[in-house]
Design a protein. Structure first.
Length: 254
């Protein structure tokens, strides 16, 4: 649900404006225990999403934008904001790359059980290769540091059981005075950090733009100390596996 760059380092220019629709295939560790235990049927190994983004060029070399991302087969959307500063650009006739700094954020909507905000900062390099007067190809590469701020609302551990009508569910040890806690929240943890290197290429013909981007996210390495009842703490590690994102972008430049 975090926004994706899908754009080279050059800015749109003072009068430039662009809109795009980006379709992404996101890989998941569908065979992981946490997916198998929480999914009806067999978990999928991919999750497709759609990002719609509008960008406006400003002076000098500044670009701002906003958009939204939707996860298919769900009610979840994320609203996003975007900013880029091209600190070096325009040397298209020399073997000198353009350089840009970029920042993005998103806020998840449509998931009452999950509170999720992401912030990413990064840099990218690109270079334009013109063919004729109306067609150009721009390969690019970059890196984003993604910061994930996540917490939960109240979760129901026994969604198929009405405790008011049926009473509490007994514990597995057979103790009649013991009952499983039916509602809980995950303890607040530290910021989750994910590293997102990516590479791509953009094609422009007149006002039509088509982009292809691949992003590779190494396994999670973050850990945090979570407070438990009674004052003790437990160290929790990010168990996310290696992920990949492949995006095809269609847009118009004005």
């Amino acid at each position: 649900m975090a926004p994706r760059p899908v754009d080279p380092a050059d800015s749109l220019g003072l009068s430039g404006f662009a809109v795009s629709a980006d379709v992404t295939i996101n890989t998941l560790s569908g065979d992981a225990e946490y997916w198998r235990d929480t999914t009806r049927g067999s978990p999928n190994n991919v999750a497709p999403s759609l990002q719609v983004m509008g960008r406006k060029g400003l002076w000098p070399g500044i670009e701002v934008g906003a958009g939204a991302t939707h996860l298919f087969d769900s009610r979840m959307w994320a609203i996003a904001g975007y900013g880029k500063v091209s600190i070096h650009e325009g040397f298209h006739h020399l073997p000198i790359p353009s350089i840009a700094l970029r920042g993005m954020f998103s806020r998840l909507l449509g998931a009452k059980d999950l509170d999720l905000t992401t912030i990413s900062v990064g840099a990218s390099l690109s270079h334009v290769f013109g063919i004729g007067s109306t067609f150009n190809i721009t390969p690019y590469a970059g890196y984003d540091a993604l910061l994930v701020f996540a917490s939960t609302g109240i979760l129901d551990a026994t969604p198929g059981r009405d405790e008011f009508l049926e009473g509490s569910q007994p514990c597995g040890n057979g103790d009649p005075d013991c009952a499983l806690q039916s509602e809980f929240v995950f303890r607040q943890q530290d910021v989750i950090v994910r590293h997102r290197p990516y590479l791509g290429v953009r094609f422009i013909f007149s006002v039509l733009r088509i982009g292809i981007e691949a992003m590779f996210v190494p396994p999670g390495a973050s850990s945090s100390d979570v407070a438990l009842l009674g004052g003790s703490t437990e160290t929790v590690s990010d168990g996310s596996g290696f992920q990949q994102q492949y995006t095809v972008s269609f847009g118009l430049d004005f």
